[in-house]
Design a binder for this molecule. Structure first.
Ligand SMILES: [Cu+2]
Length: 241
């Protein structure tokens, strides 16, 4: 299935250099302390980077950390310091049929790690053309906790009857509604067709948080069984380190 591996991105870990000015140090010992401090920062940064490289071995997604200072085409509209980094996380929503388990759509990978205080660009490519409308009045049709585009267009919510899944992290106040693949996506030519959701946010709280889908896309009379209640399908863990 060739689509699963495409657009994977290679890690692009770059070291960060901090430039400090030491003004009239009172002793060499103080300079030594500053140098040791900078080295420690460097070590911590590389430890953080290598943990995301190890988690990127999953074949269907990758995580990378790169300096936004090197990409002048950054789409961020917020002005930020040159040392700000962004992280890229790629998820896919596979249909149960694609994964050999009809009726069990799944997000993959289900578990990933991001870094506190760093902007995350979460790209979710969904191949699911099935809708799972939210109950009327559900709050999960609205984008919360960041900004979202669907196939390049900014959105603040998705109509209930177009929703296929949501990527929701209640403890972080994050909700990403994901529409079903449409005939327009099919006409765009990819095979199988997919819809691409890009959600940008900055985690401000560290810890381990469960994410889940709030759309009734599972099995059973209410759509809340099967994939909906099984870790690794419509729920998983986001670690903010
Ligand atoms: Cu779902």
């Amino acid at each position: 299935m060739k689509v699963l591996g495409d657009k994977n991105q290679l890690l692009d870990n770059k070291g960060h250099h901090q430039h400090g000015t030491v003004r009239t140090p009172t002793s060499w010992r103080k300079i030594g302390g500053v140098v040791a401090g900078l080295l420690l920062v460097g070590l911590l940064a590389s430890a953080c980077s290598s943990s995301s490289s190890s988690s990127s071995s999953s074949k269907s997604a990758s995580t990378s950390t790169k300096s936004s200072a090197t990409s002048s085409s950054s789409s961020s509209s917020s002005s930020s310091a040159a040392t700000t980094t962004s992280q890229t996380v790629n998820l896919q929503v596979l249909t149960g049929k694609m994964d050999g388990k009809p009726g069990w759509p799944k997000f993959t990978p289900a578990d990933f790690t991001v870094h506190k205080g760093q902007k995350v660009v979460l790209t979710i490519k969904s191949f699911d053309d099935g809708t799972a409308p939210l109950p009327a009045g559900s709050p999960y049709s609205a984008v919360e906790g960041g900004t979202e585009t669907v196939d390049g267009q900014s959105v603040t919510s998705i109509p209930d009857n177009e929703i296929s899944h949501t990527f929701t992290i209640p403890e972080l106040g994050i909700n990403v509604p994901i529409p079903a693949v449409t005939s327009a996506n099919a006409a765009a030519g990819s095979q199988p067709p997919y819809v691409e959701v890009v959600f940008t946010f900055t985690p401000t709280k560290s810890g381990s948080f469960m994410w889940m889908c709030m759309a009734p896309c599972g099995s059973g009379p209410t759509g809340m069984g099967g994939a909906m209640v099984t870790m690794g399908w419509m729920r998983g863990t986001v670690t903010v380190a």
